[in-house]
Design a protein. Structure first.
Length: 359
């Protein structure tokens, strides 16, 4: 089944075609939000409207297909910004209705859980103009049970995956997501939004141990908290703004270190508590080089396996939506054309498609 995937939950506009072995994927990050230091929901919705049809056309052209060759459509229905979700969701419904093919509303977080599976397919993908030509993924994925850390600007959740559709939330942030904290702190220091990638770059030429910032809930359960880190940085700025700004790169490196140490500590604790020794990390922060370094070191030391997706699939993308959508559609699952946008759609509300006779 050739499935068209559509993703528009926040500020990435993305489309993909996937048939089970070959993937064509395109995504672009909206630039309009840089001037505001964060995502403006109304502007995100308008930019999705402007971009989405062109990206779908680019994907079908790159595949060498006609839109009429599509056999199923999957679009993100949540979680995310409601206006942004409605754009992709309604475009997907319209295409499915016009082609008379099945439609599926997909949970965005479920896509992140399974994005590592894209390492096993032929890929032709680009993100924001950075091409990744048709190559096979570098390393194998794994099957359940596994643990998954979904970590981005909007989400920080630690999930146990026992099977497709069988998810247990082990921990989630009680306030800011990890990527959100990095972005907001970066903006305080004059970095463009999103600040996370620039902080990662600066960390390679600065001192990560210059400032001792708090590691929120480091030794307390599997939940996360990053609001105290933001407060600590703001206090430093209020007490000695000139001095702190003079060491901006060292401050930001120390902030990054505090965030990444917490994420890796929680992964290791979850492995110890559950006995599950396979871990995937996904979401925008999964592209961070220091997180990869720390997690791989800890995995080698403690005897578990950790997988990161290709960086093209760390940010929100339609490839993961097409993968999940195809799996559920081929199992017989369908969504009505009245399926709503669900900005607060939680993973734990999902079910495996076993009742359609396929598992």
């Amino acid at each position: 089944m050739l499935v068209l995937g559509i993703e528009s939950s926040c500020d990435e506009t993305s489309a993909a075609l996937f048939d089970g072995s070959r993937l064509v994927h395109r995504a672009t990050t909206q630039e309009v939000h840089r001037a505001w230091g964060g995502v403006v929901p109304e502007l995100a919705s308008r930019d999705h409207e402007r971009l989405i049809i062109g990206i779908i056309q680019e994907v079908t052209t790159s595949w060498g297909a006609d839109i009429r060759d599509v056999e199923g459509v999957a679009a993100t229905a949540g979680p995310g910004l409601v206006g942004a979700l409605l754009v992709g969701l309604n475009v997907g419904k319209g295409i499915a209705m016009g082609l008379d093919v099945p439609f599926l509303a997909v949970n965005h977080l479920e896509g992140h859980l399974w994005v590592h599976q894209l390492k096993d397919v032929i890929q032709d993908s680009s993100v924001a103009g950075c091409p990744h030509p048709e190559v096979r993924g570098r390393s194998a994925s794994f099957e359940p049970p596994f643990l998954s850390l979904v970590v981005s600007g909007g989400h920080t959740e630690l999930v146990r995956v026992d099977d497709f559709g069988e998810y247990a939330i082990l921990g989630r942030t009680r306030d800011d997501a990890a990527g959100e904290a990095l972005d907001k702190i970066g903006v305080l220091f004059g970095l463009d939004f999103p600040a996370g990638p620039e902080i990662d770059r600066l960390s390679k030429v600065s001192d990560r141990g210059a400032f001792d910032f708090p590691r929120g809930m480091m030794h307390d359960g599997l939940d996360f908290s990053f609001s105290g880190l933001k407060t600590a940085v703001r206090v430093h700025l209020e007490q000695d703004r000139e001095g702190v700004f003079s060491r901006r790169d060292d401050v930001l490196n120390s902030v990054q270190e505090a965030v990444m140490e917490v994420l890796v500590a929680k992964i290791a604790r979850a492995v110890g508590e559950t006995g599950v020794s396979q871990v995937s990390v996904s979401g925008g922060v999964a592209a961070n080089s220091r997180l990869r370094e720390l997690a791989e070191f800890r995995a080698k030391r403690d005897g578990f396996t950790v997988l990161f997706p290709d960086r093209a699939f760390c940010t929100d993308n339609a490839a993961m939506i097409a993968w999940v959508g195809r799996r559920r559609l081929t199992a017989g699952e369908r969504s009505g054309l009245d399926a709503p946008a669900q900005p607060g759609w939680r993973l734990e509300s999902l079910s495996p498609p076993a009742f359609f006779g396929v598992r």
